[in-house]
Design a binder for this molecule. Sequence first.
Ligand code: SF4
Ligand code: SF4
Length: 306
Amino acid sequence: MDQINYELEGLVFDIQRFSVNDGPGIRTIVFLNGCPLRCQWCSNPESQLPKTVVMFNAAECIHCGRCIGTCPNGAIGKENPAMINHDKCTGCGECTMVCPVGALILKGKRMTVAEVIEELKKDSTNYRRSGGGLTVSGGEPLVQHEFTRELLKAAHAQGWNTAIETTACASEEVIRDVLPHVDLALTDVKSTDSSKHEHFTGVPNTQILKGVKLVSEITKIMVRVPVIPGFNEKPEEIRQIAEFAKTLNRDHLMGVNLLPYHALGENKYKMLGREYQMHGVSTLTGEEIDALKAAVEETGVTCRIG
Ligand code: SF4
Ligand code: SF4
């Protein structure tokens, strides 16, 4: 068996236990920092930069002023702590330590593979009983591909199921390095139209679609489609994605999973001092979602909602 580097460090911004939506059985999701995309609807904007970030919760702030002047890098505005300059912030965490009400929150912590595995062991009985295990998410976990690979190997060494949530926006070399350690890849396909994809996510889809194909050659794959009003919510667009899914390795394709848009991440943009570009966009109706499911199923591909 491959050696596992348990001392390798990665940047983890969250660990969520008892998930039942991100792979089989009961799972723990480990969220890693860093993503090459900038999807306008991203519900984890705190994950996008490959570094620790500070979020400011204005509703908690009592304006005591303790954080002002604390920052060694001049990243906090003199008048308003919400004005954190994320270019200057190094994530040292000093401001979060002086805040008496927890209004400044550090997202992103360096952890070794061994430390993450110790955390996951709290749920190992649940994994065994339910066939669950570890799901690595982000951000884009292939940004920290060496850490992701070692974490997946370590989970397999424990006998746990492994899954990854990925955009497949990575080189062939990286995909071939990591995906053999994955039992199920939950892989986004957002649009087959490259220029539209670039407008809404910041990157064209050419490399991504190649990456998705390669993933399907290596392991089981569920094609996930975030359905976003104004971007890809038309039945014809979704049908084209299902047609693309049909070109993947049929022995590995588990189906298409439509994820209707929600605005759950909107408050995080405020906490990061960023504009939420999807503000005011409404969610899809039940009838619209049914029509999209029918569009997928007409192609002969299994479809799941949510
Ligand atoms: S985490 Fe450190 S660098 Fe960032 S704003 Fe707070 S004190 Fe400044
Ligand atoms: S230390 Fe906390 S409560 Fe005080 S001004 Fe800064 S963010 Fe607000």
